[in-house]
Ligand binder design. Structure first.
Ligand code: UDP
Length: 237
């Protein structure tokens, strides 16, 4: 299989790193996710990664807390995951750089767009931590923003469902899966692909998203090779 894309932005939810426990990091699971990432790099694909933080903390589920502070905690959680994924990739012999949107220079590089692109051009995986660096945003929006900034060909959203459905497939056995759908329809129908801020950013910048299941991590490589898995969301279908 030959890769279809030259530069991808892979969005990994925090949940996908937690395995059965649904909380924290399961390093066996992370290693399995990192193996196809290595395969992509070896096939010459430039891989940037945005990681979520929901396996540790979500600002919007923090109850009575001040939302901005809760979101600061969420962004720190994404960095824990970024470091975990970086470690697993390095253990596989892949060169990695972590860049964070909130400076923590002793821990990671600060996010600098041109430097990120230079790393990618040298075949290093770049992992973006701290989301956008701003509260009230999500790591999906960070994925869309970084993908546009680094001029990625596509966002690969590796998630817990195998595509975009017209209703929740866990609740409705008759839910219909889309093979392709437009960003506009996702927004109009309020489908839970990404939050509306992220969807709008993808729509306005003509950035396609591929949504597929991470249950089988090899899907990452299949998706990069253009195999028909999951759902493609784009402007023109
Ligand atoms: N977050 C934020 N700004 C961002 C990205 C993330 O404040 O740009 C915080 C927010 O609290 C969010 C948490 O980080 O709930 C974890 O991110 P997200 O919920 O997107 O993670 P995922 O659901 O993908 O694991």
């Amino acid at each position: 299989m030959q890769p279809k894309y030259k530069r991808i932005l892979l969005k990994l939810s925090g949940e996908s790193l937690a395995g059965e426990n649904k909380h924290g990091i399961d390093f066996d699971v992370v290693q399995k996710i990192c193996e196809p990432i290595k395969k992509c790099v070896e096939a010459g694909v430039q891989v940037a990664v945005v990681v979520g933080g929901g396996n540790f903390w979500r600002g919007r589920s923090s109850g009575e807390m001040d939302r901005t502070r809760a979101d600061h905690m969420g962004m720190l959680a994404t960095t824990i995951n970024a470091l975990g994924v970086a470690d697993a990739l390095e253990a596989l012999g892949v060169e990695v750089r972590v860049q964070t949107a909130i400076s923590m220079r002793q821990v990671a590089e600060p996010y600098i767009r041109n430097k990120a692109i230079a790393h990618l051009n040298r075949g290093k995986v770049v992992i973006f931590g701290c989301g956008t660096g701003n509260p009230f945003f999500s790591t999906d929006t960070a994925a869309a923003l970084r993908a546009v900034e680094i001029e990625a060909d596509v966002i690969m959203k590796a998630t817990m469902v195998d595509g975009v459905y017209d209703s929740d497939p866990k609740k409705n056995p008759d839910a219909k899966k889309f093979e392709t759908i437009t960003h506009q329809d996702v927004l109009n129908k309020g489908l839970a692909v990404m939050d509306s801020t992220a969807s709008a950013l993808c729509k306005d910048n003509d950035l396609p998203i591929l949504v597929f299941s991470i249950d089988d991590p090899e899907n990452i490589y299949r998706a990069v090779c253009g195999e028909n898995i999951g759902t493609v969301v784009k402007n023109e279908i």
